[in-house]
Design a protein around this ligand. Structure first.
Ligand code: TRP
Length: 369
């Protein structure tokens, strides 16, 4: 019933703490989260550091997860997530999520999980083959618990999370049809620009990943950012400046599409009105990679410098960051506990608060005597 009265707009999203966050996370989700936070349109915002999920494929490396909690938290704060407006929480500190997952497991089949494209491709990527940990195999169910525990209406994530959202929606529909309207059906909120959905690595590979060593991190120094940009993969057929170059699939241009604005052109490259003009020139021939990369470096330094500086400021008081996470986790747990009690009531496993049940059973036995 509480749910029907609520027409709140609630955000939940998060990241696995397996490394520092990079510019792919930034354009794919972080930047959007901060805009949504500051829009004032949302009643509640929950940002989760998904350590329990990170452990589903790092069970033998808890130290990695432990070390990266603070890295992710610093990246969040540096980007402008404000603990006064957004609740920052650590997944493992909310035991209600495990209970919800346990009950949702009854509503999902093995074959449905096997068809989950994310699980499928990650199994391949990690060489899990047939020896997948059960926890990893079922993490889409635990992600459904993350989302539903807070009655999230909106989940801002990258395109790669689409299968997770579909799985969550299925669980919500199934739960509500079996046990009655209880859970909130969430919507995914994707980046509006194609380059932001899938920012490639600096080597041109489709995915930015720590192990491929092809990421630009939010915490990278100005020098490192510059070095990485100047070494970026471009069109391998663009050998001489006068040669026509390929814009499509060229990481340098994808980064410009994700990061550059009209003002950047006015400030750093006024001889071009906009990105389209620059791309046209590159495609025609006569525009060198170095010039484009220098522009990209100016753009990215402008975006990343304030983030880097704020990160350094926050890093001066690490105990305060843990305190923010502790408070956030406590607040989040209180919310999840409400949802869990709604779920248990719907599933009829709320015996001790069900006076009618106790009476009914008493009557049954009284009649027998
Ligand atoms: N699976 C997400 C990732 O790999 C992290 C995550 C965990 C998440 N729980 C979530 C994202 C709930 C959105 C909603 O980045």
């Amino acid at each position: 019933m509480e749910k029907m009265e609520k027409k709140e707009k609630i955000i939940l999203t998060g990241d696995r703490p397996t490394g520092q966050l990079h510019v792919g996370h930034y354009v794919g989700s972080l930047r959007r989260r901060v805009e949504l936070q500051n829009s004032g349109e949302y009643d509640k915002i929950f940002i989760m550091i998904a350590d329990a999920q990170a452990l589903t494929d790092n069970a033998d490396n808890p130290e990695k997860v432990r070390q990266n909690i603070i890295e992710v938290a610093l990246d969040y704060l540096a980007c402008g997530l404000d603990p006064e407006k957004s609740t920052l929480l650590i997944q493992s500190q909310i035991p209600e999520l495990c209970e919800l997952s346990f009950y949702y497991m009854n509503l999902v089949t093995v074959s449905r999980l096997q068809r989950n494209p994310t699980v499928k491709s990650e199994i391949q990527m990690r060489n899990f083959e047939t020896s997948i940990p059960v926890g990893f195999f079922t993490y889409p169910i635990s992600q459904a618990a993350d989302i539903t525990a807070f009655h999230a209406t909106t989940v801002p994530v990258g395109e790669d999370q689409m299968p997770m959202l579909e799985q969550t929606k299925e669980i919500v529909h199934k739960f509500n049809s079996v046990y009655g309207e209880t859970l909130t059906d969430p919507s995914i909120l994707l980046p509006d620009n194609k380059a932001c959905m899938r920012l490639p690595g600096i080597d041109g590979k489709a995915k930015m990943s720590k192990s491929l060593n092809n990421c630009i991190y939010l915490a990278d120094s100005a020098d490192d950012v510059k070095k990485k940009i100047m070494s970026m993969f471009t069109d391998p057929g663009h050998l001489r400046v006068q040669d026509p170059g390929k814009v499509e699939g060229n990481p340098v241009f994808m980064y410009l599409e994700a990061f550059s604005t009209q003002e950047h052109f006015e400030r750093y490259l006024p001889e071009y009105a906009n990105l389209q003009e620059l791309e046209d020139h590159y495609a025609r021939g006569g525009l060198g990679d170095v010039k484009v990369k220098k522009f990209l470096n100016n753009v990215m330094q402008e975006v990343l410098e304030p983030i880097r500086n704020r990160r350094k400021e926050f890093a001066k008081d690490i105990p305060a960051i843990y305190e923010i996470l502790k408070k956030g986790s406590e607040k989040a747990e209180a919310e999840a506990a409400i949802t869990l009690s709604q779920v248990k009531r719907a599933m009829k496993i709320n015996y001790f608060e069900d006076a009618a049940l106790i009476q009914e059973q008493a009557k049954k036995y009284a009649a027998e005597q």
